[in-house]
Write a protein that binds this ligand. Structure first.
Ligand SMILES: [Fe+2]
Ligand SMILES: [Fe+2]
Length: 182
């Protein structure tokens, strides 16, 4: 039996909260936990943006994803234990909690009222597939020096004929290729 998209999204939210708890309690390797949080939040947000948000009005949510992404990057760069790390962690948790609350109290109930159970399951499968793809890509690259090189990405971008590719840095190339669906 397929799982509905609301259950899947909510399950991820609880996982994210558990990771924040671990970071706040300073349990285990905090860098590894930040990497895990980064991968999960990024994959979750992209899957929502690509597979769930398009059917509903979610401009505000997309803005909040961007805000969290900036804080996540800052957290990844900071050294655990420094004031910068702890401050960024607090800000990121606030930002994500606020977003999760809105999603669960407004956006997801609205979605549930607008589509039938079958559609919620179809969206669930689409969300999960996209999320798992992203998660695999993000976690396989992190152990072996960031995955594809910029030159490899540039070649891909040439093949996909992505406009403005020569002006792009590695991350922008990755993003453009992702949007182009390759
Ligand atoms: Fe979410
Ligand atoms: Fe979201």
């Amino acid at each position: 039996m397929a799982t509905d998209v609301i259950t899947l999204i909510t399950r991820d939210h609880r996982k994210v909260e558990a990771l924040f708890e671990r970071l706040k309690k300073k349990e285990g390797d905090r860098r590894a936990t930040v990497a895990e949080l980064h991968a999960l939040l990024t994959a979750h947000a992209r899957a929502e943006e690509d597979r769930v948000y398009p059917g509903i009005d979610a401009h505000h949510e997309v803005e909040e994803h961007k805000e969290a992404e900036v804080l996540l990057d800052a957290l990844k760069r900071a050294d655990p234990g420094t004031a910068e790390f702890e401050d960024t962690l607090v800000k990121l948790e606030e930002s994500v909690n606020h977003h999760v609350q809105e999603e669960e109290s407004e956006l997801l109930p609205k979605l549930a009222s607008e589509v039938d159970a079958k559609e919620l399951e179809r969206l669930g499968a689409a969300f999960q597939k996209r999320r798992d793809e992203e998660l695999t890509a993000l976690t396989s690259g992190s152990s072996a020096e960031g995955g594809a090189t910029k030159a490899e990405l540039y070649k891909e971008a040439q093949k996909a004929d992505i406009p403005g590719r020569s002006q792009m840095d590695k991350e922008e190339l990755e993003e453009a290729l992702r949007k182009a669906g390759s």
